[in-house]
Design a protein around this ligand. Structure first.
Ligand code: IPE
Ligand code: IPE
Ligand code: MG
Length: 261
């Protein structure tokens, strides 16, 4: 692909996270029920997974189902999403193996229906030996509840006398998050134009580059991911510092009056 040749292999992101939004709007535009949007959205997932594997992306994290979706959407829609998840896993594990993709999950997944949990576990075990892209699906996931779960574990260590409160560091929180096996996302993409985070990876995106596209998730393809990476490579990441090549001001060389604010 043309855009792939334009990418700088030295500046590839290691972790891309995507808020897959807009399935309902995609269906609405066509006069279809929301279910059709979800079905086409599920089909788009595998394109993105395979593009990620082809470009050697180590981590791809997809927000598939939030805690709030579970609590606030009609039961019929939630049940349909659960059914779609099961069939996505059943139908795609072979392709994941063909593409050396490993699947994992983050979220309060034990609260999902038993038959969904079993399928998830089967897919995870069936792909556990793969060494290419790790696809992480965020399911029944909420960023705040993830932090609560991490804090509970740190608090248990404090109660057991393993760590003193004043010795708790960011690394202790990090290690107890669901995402402890990954680096923080370099790039966060949200489809369908909404300029919000919707409780996704709150801790981990402290310095992530954010990109919002108007394209609806069922229309999202590998080329769009590559275009997003191309834009990512034009961004200048600073992490609170100065951009490379900036000369630090030599305060002594300035006349005093220029420093008066
Ligand atoms: C994203 O699409 C998929 C899930 C949240 C499960 P939506 O269902 O949120 O679609 P819109 O935002 O209503 O278009
Ligand atoms: C975020 O989308 C969750 C997922 C994509 C799974 P939502 O559609 O739930 O977010 P809001 O409600 O518009 O903030
Ligand atoms: Mg939405």
């Amino acid at each position: 692909m043309e855009v792939y040749r334009r990418l700088d292999p030295e500046r590839m992101p290691r972790h891309v996270a995507i808020i897959m939004d807009g399935n309902g709007r995609w269906a609405g535009k066509r006069g279809l029920k929301r279910f059709f949007g979800h079905k086409n959205g599920a089909e788009a997932v595998q394109f993105i997974v395979e593009t990620s594997s082809r470009i050697g992306l180590p981590w791809l994290t997809l927000y598939a189902f939030s805690l709030e979706n579970n609590l606030k959407r009609p039961r019929a829609e939630v049940n349909f999403l659960m059914m779609l998840l099961r069939s996505y896993l059943t139908n795609n594990v072979q392709r994941m193996n063909d593409n050396n993709v490993r699947i994992r999950y983050v979220g309060r997944t034990t609260d999902l229906p038993k038959e969904v949990c079993e399928r998830m576990q089967w897919a995870e075990e069936s792909t556990a030996k793969n060494t290419g892209t790790t696809l992480t699906l965020a399911l029944n996931y909420g960023g705040r509840s993830e932090i609560v779960d991490a804090v509970r574990r740190v608090a248990a260590d404090v109660a057991a006398g393993k760590v003193r409160p004043e010795d708790i560091t960011e690394a202790d929180i990090d290690r107890n998050l669901y995402t402890s096996y990954m680096a923080d996302p370099d790039l966060l993409i949200r489809t369908s134009g909404e300029m919000r985070i919707s409780n996704f990876l709150l801790w981990q995106i402290a310095y992530t580059e954010i990109m919002v596209t108007d394209r609806l998730w069922p229309d999202y393809r590998g080329v769009h991911l590559l275009e997003a990476i191309e834009e990512y490579q034009r961004r200048e990441r600073r992490f609170g510092g100065l951009n490379t090549g900036t000369e630090s001001d030599d305060v002594k060389s300035l006349p005093d009056r220029e420093l008066v604010l």
